[in-house]
Design a protein around this ligand. Structure first.
Ligand SMILES: [Zn+2]
Ligand SMILES: [Zn+2]
Length: 188
């Protein structure tokens, strides 16, 4: 007699990319639907993971960039859709900001014991200032005029020295809080 496959093992991986690229609320909702229990404390728009039991793994072309426990999931500082994820790698705290430019696939493996989010990264965008890829854990600086992207620190440094966008050459300045803007005098 042919042994019947009793229950088809259901695919363990859940694609959570859409939620992660939308908001902390959507992200935590889909996480809680699949990981039980997942106690969180909400502070403003930031969800603090109460027990360090949700792991994050960043991979790139089959290699692991780094992994660690998720400390919190919060809003993006730049006000765009999506989330910032703070990860404790055991050595340091890293902030990961997934976007359409740097995340190829974001999945959740809800297995008991150690539920894990895996982000398969890609670096499609290179920093205009240094020419190196902008990785998922790099802070991104954007020219308000042409939307060109650079590493935030590199763009700030460039604008402080040259008062212009490295790409479109529009006059720019760095405000006190590090925000890069078109100076009022240059606006029409
Ligand atoms: Zn750079
Ligand atoms: Zn520009």
């Amino acid at each position: 007699m042919v042994k019947k496959l009793s229950k088809k093992v259901k695919s363990e991986l859940i694609n959570i990319q859409k939620a992660v690229l939308t908001s902390p609320n959507e992200t935590v909702t889909i996480l809680k639907e699949n990981v039980d229990p997942l106690p969180t404390t909400k502070v403003c728009q930031t969800f603090v993971m109460e027990n360090n039991e949700l792991a994050l793994v960043l991979t790139h072309e089959g290699k692991v960039f780094f992994s660690g426990n998720i400390i919190w999931v919060g809003n993006r500082k730049d006000g765009q859709d999506g989330v910032e994820i703070c990860v404790d790698t055991g050595k340091e705290m890293k902030t990961v900001i997934p976007s359409r430019d740097n995340a190829k696939l974001i999945t959740l493996n809800p297995r008991k014991g150690k539920p894990t989010i895996t982000i398969e990264t890609m670096s499609q965008v290179r920093c205009t200032v240094c020419g190196k890829p902008i990785e998922i854990f790099d802070e991104v600086g954007v020219c308000p005029q042409c939307d060109n992207q650079s590493h935030l620190a590199h763009l700030q440094e460039w604008v402080r020295m040259k008062n212009s966008c490295p790409y479109c050459k529009t006059e720019l300045s760095v405000l006190k809080d590090g925000i890069i803007s078109v100076p009022l005098t240059a606006e029409k």
